[in-house]
Design a protein around this ligand. Sequence first.
Ligand code: 173
Length: 322
Amino acid sequence: MKASIHKLAAFLLAAGFVAGAAAQETTLRLVSAFTENGIYVQRLQPWINKVNAEGKGVLQINFIGGPKAIPPFEVGNAVKTGVVDMALNTGAFYTNVMPEADFLKLTQVPVAEQRKNGAFDAINKVWNEKANMQYLARMVENQPFHIYTTKKVDKADLAGLKIRITPVYRDFFQALNATVITTPPGEVYTALERGVVDGYGWPIGGIFDLNWQEKTKFRIDPGFYDAEVSLVMNLAAHRKLTQPQRDYLQKQLLALEAENSFWAKYTAEEMARQEKAGIQTIKFDAAATKAFIDKAYQIAWSSAEKQSPEIAARFKPLFAHK
Ligand code: 173
């Protein structure tokens, strides 16, 4: 009896092994929470092409599309539940899955360092447990957020202004006395055009992608935090990959992150382009500049600590400047 069970187990194992070997190639469905013509997808597309060209017989990525496929604030849930396998997304867009998603804007060390100092693993532990997600790779770095306005501001006070936000900016802008209105990026242009908002939060790069320069008069310097745009994956889909598939994906993810030096260059180009488009910069003196940045981080961390004390305490030393 015992022997025949062993035989049966051995047979099933072998059959499974054969079936696995026959199905070596897998195709992952990927959506983007950011628009298809924007800089993030522009940078992702060649990577997908390379993954597919080099991954024949192993792993393929099928790019489904951007916000027309799934609304930006729904993409997190789509990954969590496995409606899609993978997404290009930012934590601010899936605080409805877990509030901690937005903490990633607070990293002050490069992702290469995050992989060495334990931050990346600490993130994945939380992402696995709370969002059913694997945090795969951060493909945007060195993109601080700014306040862009249609009206002149002469100090770090947004009283009387209606500003378009996502969760990234909420606590900080409210502390600066703004009236805040949450919208996905796709609604910013119309909100500006109709005077529903007097400004918006966005990183230093990308405002031309949706023509916001047409409606933007001022940018407040300095920037604050660091825009986090990353690839995330449904956890079960990630665990289902064979070892060769996972290794191949990992190799390509590290290659993607290795391209992140692009962003510092892009910042310089975008700043010049904004100036050329007639966008004036509003600057504070050195003391006010420091106070502005300190306030941004202090408010965000204290809100993180209130929201999720244990996780904020784990992340903070790993995210902060040495
Ligand atoms: O402003 C936003 O929509 C936002 O939260 C964000 C986050 C990362 C990159 C770009 C924008």
